[in-house]
Write a protein that binds this ligand. Sequence first.
Ligand code: GLU
Length: 551
Amino acid sequence: MNYKDLADIIFPDVKDISYYEEKYAKRNLKEGAIVTRFAPSPTGFVHIGGLYQSVIAKKLANQTEGVFFLRIEDTDQKREVENGVIGIIESLKEFGMEPDEGMINEEEEKGNYGPYKQSLRKEIYQSYAKFLVEKGMAYPCFCKAEELQEMRDKQEAAKLRTGYYGVWSKCRHIPVNEQIERVKNGEEFILRFKSPGNPEKKIKHHDQIKGNVDFPENDQDIVIIKSDGLPTYHFAHAVDDHLMGTTLVIRGDEWLSSVPLHLQLFQCLGFKAPKYAHIAPIMKEENGAKRKLSKRKDPEAAVSYYAEQGIPTDAVNEYLLNIANSNFEQWRRQNPDAKMEEFELQLNKMSVSGALFDIIKLLDISKRVISKYTKERVYDEAIKWAEKYDVSLKHLLEQDKEYSLKVLGIERGNVKPRRDIAKWSDVKENIIYMYDDEFFKNNPQYEFQKIQDKEEIKNIVKTYIDKYFNLEDDKETWFNKMKDLAQEFGYAREVKDYKQNPENYKGHVGDISTVIRICLTARSNTPDMYEIMKVLGSDSVKERLQYATSI
Ligand code: GLU
């Protein structure tokens, strides 16, 4: 009796691996093309860190004319969530991270290297497990959970490394005849990898992000096939990434320490190992210490948070690129209008340790991104958001679409567009005063600044309406009239004149225009007042100015 018999007894019906080796042909891609993937468990939840990985993976694949695919890693059936796959697919789609291959809904997929859901690949893993058993590189382990626990307790008490290795790997030493007997007798078992490693020796590894690292060789006889017949992550990823032609594994750096095991698995299976890029997690600062963004504690850890807030997905993606490569910011400054896709991402420029999540920075990027949108796009996206999260905004925008477009068009489309919207949830507060009904309904409060005197204000406003206000004026004439008004009331036409001789004036043109602005909008800070007046129209301007001075 030998390993071949053992393998046949354990897996009587599985195909030879040559079948799969032929079935999944080598990809025909150009030199240097990166084939990479996002491989989440189907929990329905996409962590911002998962999106971050996808942004990087998709970009690298696109840059090199490679492939980005989605593989669902559902071999841990305890973690299964109903409809867990669709949540992931939709989130990726929403962020423009659609994979080239992989699952497209709970049931269907596209691509020639599937199934892309691990639970549907059971037979494939079993073929490769059989191959290892035949070669004497995997063996059945009959240890019961209690025995393993007992072993662990002993190891801990003796302050030894825990795990199934060396003298502790009891079942590794069972003669093959006895293994066959026990399997035949129906004794329960799982399959373990027979690690050839020696922890006294080191392996050197070059990680695409972390650089050169070395580790002791792996000597753990890890489980490869569990009692439910499904593989563990370690084994499944080796088989899948081999058959799917992955050239670069991009994953969280919690897996870095598994590299010695993974390289060993690839070697024993006769596979060429992919390159690895281990990404540092996105961190959060709390009480002066850094910690990973937590699904449980931090709402911003879930990608759904950004949709709820109304932060556009391209702003989030752009922010993630910013975290990924610190030179992105400079590139963006030099190429303000370029598409994100044009930026060349480089793995060797990624930071080795985790970047801090910075919402202020994200919102700042978002303001810039939105400032480049056309008014129509702002309108459409704001409505889409409002439909779900703020119906009153939807009504406000829809009551007069043409008017709303004019409002949203203020200071938009020019060289220095307005940058006051960071998220769709800001829109209402930003524009509500432009709607007469809303404006008067909300009892406008006027907080005057330098010029406080009621009589003076009244006179300024009245004179403005009677003598200077004319919406037919072009902007320069309009502004000159504001200066005339200032002069008439003893204020400097130019700020610099006032600064040179403050004793000659009551103030300057800015103080006068502030009075008009406050009366018009009940705000001291607004976009361009000329444009506002144009959008409001003559009647509304007069009504607002008169109202402000009548109370
Ligand atoms: N399912 C693994 C995880 O979610 C994937 C790791 C990998 O990308 O290989 O961490």
